[in-house]
Design a protein around this ligand. Sequence first.
Ligand code: ATP
Ligand code: MG
Length: 540
Amino acid sequence: MEAGKDFIHKIIEEDIQNGSKVVTRFPPEPNGFLHIGHAKSICLNFGLAEEYHSVCHLRFDDTDPTKEDVRYENAIQEDVRWLGFDWQGKLFRASDYFNQFYEFAVQLIKNEKAYVCGLSEEEIRKYRGTVTTDGEISPFFKKHTVEENLDLFKRMKDGEFPDGTYVLRARIDMKSPNMKMRDPLLYRIRHAHHYRTKDQWCIYPMYDFAHPLSDAIEGITHSICTLEFENNRELYDWFLDNIEADFPSRPHQYEFARLDLQSTVMSKRKLLELVENGSVDGWDDPRLPTIAGLRRRGVRAEAIRQFCKLIGVSKANSTVEMGQFEFCLRDDLNTEAPRVMAVLRPLKVIIDNFSSDETEILNAPYWPHDIPKTGSRDLLFTKELYIEQDDFMENPPKDFFRLGPGREVRLRYGYCITCTSVEKDSLGNITAIHCTYDPETKSGNNPVGRKVKGTIHWVSSNCLDATVNLFQPLFLESGELNPNSLEVLRDAKVEISLQESKQGDRFQFERQGYFFAEAPLTFNQIVSLKSSWRPPQAKS
Ligand code: ATP
Ligand code: MG
């Protein structure tokens, strides 16, 4: 075994040496879209299947009809595929096994290992006791014979009782130090329409009952879940030890630490709330940590997979910094996104000593020297051009190395320009600046003795109008919704070469960040260039 492998790999390799197979599963509940946390589980489970030349099942845990929908199923399938994984036709649903689950429950009743209980939710909680006090057996256990329990369970199934009248419980141990073992619920009554089984069932199995049995029915060997399920493992094993059936495998549950990413919400319940109350533009809003949102933002699947690899799998819960995720995005895009120039908040520059009927072609490479890719495009140097508003200051401090009156700066791939005057409107707002250019300073020529402290990006007057969406974290440090999480810049200008860009293209806008064409000439900022990430403070 190689050193440095995580504990799950170690377990699996040992099992393989002992002749075991590896079949994993990813079991989402179709009650929302997948998020970056799910990606960790997907990369782990499907990744194991790939590594050991096996298969990972996609199984929908559709046991709660009140929250689930086929729309979520479809979105989940799309996201898993987009991440680059394939379930090789092994797509299943807990609901495929509802008949079998029912028969297993009947078997448990016959063996006096399950009973119908008519206590209210409140009473069940009371009887269960606490971590420090024993529970008490429900009076319903003694009240009915096996035959009566079988009859009641059948009548539950047949719809004779309203929701909440009865539940089916396993008879295990009301004194167990593990609360999960104190006669857990197997079935509850829910007169609800299920998106697949329609109105065929009005009793639905609990996750703890359905999950181990689904695993066993499918021949899953390694059932990998997050640490919150550690206490459920004993119950997982109890069902498999107490139900007799000819299962193709005896699965085992292993727990790893869930991904917790700094300052985002990942619970589907909270995501649903944001979607439903209109705080965001649907499940695929680019500000959300959903897979669909990240995709719409422009993140590549490769970057998400690389991120999951980097954070690794362990048994210790911890929070991953957003900076680490952003590092992976930049690292991925560095070799993928050609460099171009865009001015997000334009300020007009007039070059007084350049003739208006002149244009000069400047050739600029798409890639920096350290990236083994070639290609270039032409930029047009024109009398009028645009620079970023914040690359100019009328009264700059000493350490401002960009443009100001009397100061010189280099235009990337172009000439050095010196600001000579400023035009203002009647309100005193700067409307344009006048500059002169030095024809001796064409990029590539390096005149002796010339020192220019700053190089700024620009676009020619021969440019394209674009819309740019900038994103900030959805939440402020205080936990409140950030009112500035989306900033739409409708007056951005991009260089003419982007005329040929298509939806789906990615670029680095020099000095600004990586951008994704969500639509032609509409760009989403994927990630900035600098690792300055921190949750924003509320503006006072
Ligand atoms: P949420 O709490 O976000 O609603 P969930 O656990 O209820 O998530 P499921 O659809 O039940 O969502 O999850 C499917 C699988 O994804 C489970 O095996 C679960 O352990 C795993 N998973 C969910 N969230 C994370 C996470 N943050 N990190 C790693 N795995 C996760
Ligand atoms: Mg769940």
